[in-house]
Design a binder for this molecule. Structure first.
Ligand code: CIR
Length: 272
């Protein structure tokens, strides 16, 4: 990061990370592309706790949402809301078992933002929403309907955001296939999503041996990446990014990646 980036960074409002503890029912989680494996709850909790501590060490203020042990997937808060500087949009997760996760997230976010909701006849998982500046791409997937993408566009377009749907295949969410690693760059797995979907955008490919590696958390100039994908981490390191590896393989058995476990937003209106 350059000195001017650092100066700009230090004048921004605080970065908040909304998180929620692992449910003790996580072994009953939804699975789409994975076979069910035994999840070691103690290990999953430890990995999640470490993840939260790394976010804190990166300068995030942690917003803890109460646990929802009746909702196996509740730790994957990303799927429940999209937060921009102006508003928070509550989604409607595609898996019916996940819809009870929303109320407590709404309560926590309403302290920081006016709340909108997508149309209740549609579905949208936050894991299908990739943002780069004012542009949003929404994956049309087994979880997110075209109507969900259109409904998000209705919520966001008054604030100058542009929303574009893109078809997802072979993976759970758009964010399984790509994610933003800075304000102008996407990390992607070209086997699951082609760079041609992202015109005028710098794209970096994951190592071909690590198809699941295209999900990292970009936070205050650092990238938090899963320790299971060291080749892609080396590649990002060589490209000049400051990469921090996190053990998350127990949470990955629930088909959750790193971005799924937090919602990042600024405490006040300012560019994220
Ligand atoms: C699910 O299938 O809904 C959870 N087991 C995993 C959700 C992961 N969320 C995400 O990628 N944003």
């Amino acid at each position: 990061m350059s000195q001017s980036d650092r100066d700009q960074e230090s004048t921004k409002p605080d970065l908040m990370a909304l998180v929620r503890p692992v449910s003790n029912t996580i072994d009953q989680c939804q699975l789409t592309h994975l076979h069910r494996e035994k999840i070691d709850l103690t290990r999953a909790i430890k990995q999640h706790t470490d993840y939260v501590e790394v976010l804190r060490a990166c300068g995030c203020h942690i917003v803890q949402v109460p646990p929802e042990h009746g909702c196996p997937d509740a730790v994957f808060v990303e799927d429940t809301a999209i937060v921009v500087n102006e508003i928070a949009v509550m989604t409607r997760p595609g898996a019916p078992s996940r819809r009870n996760e929303a109320a407590s997230i709404r309560n926590s976010l309403s302290v920081y933002r006016d709340i909108r909701s997508i149309n209740e006849t549609t579905t949208l998982d936050g894991g299908d929403v990739v943002r780069l500046g004012n542009r949003f791409w929404v994956g049309i997937s087994t979880r997110t309907s075209l109507g969900g993408a259109e409904s998000l566009a209705v919520c966001l377009s008054p604030y100058g955001y542009h929303v574009e749907p893109v078809q997802v295949h072979d993976c759970l969410h758009l964010k399984s296939a790509c994610c933003a690693i800075d304000q102008e760059t996407l990390l992607h797995n070209p086997a699951w999503i082609k760079a041609s979907h992202f015109p005028d955008t710098r794209c970096i490919e994951v190592d071909p041996a690590e198809p699941m590696a295209a999900n990292v958390v970009a936070v205050n100039g650092r990238l938090l990446a899963a320790a299971a994908y060291p080749r892609t981490a080396d590649l990002l390191d060589a490209a000049g990014y400051q990469v921090e590896l996190i053990e998350a393989d127990e949470l990955a058995k629930a088909e959750g990646a790193l971005t799924c476990c937090s919602i990042l937003f600024r405490s006040l209106a300012s560019a994220l």
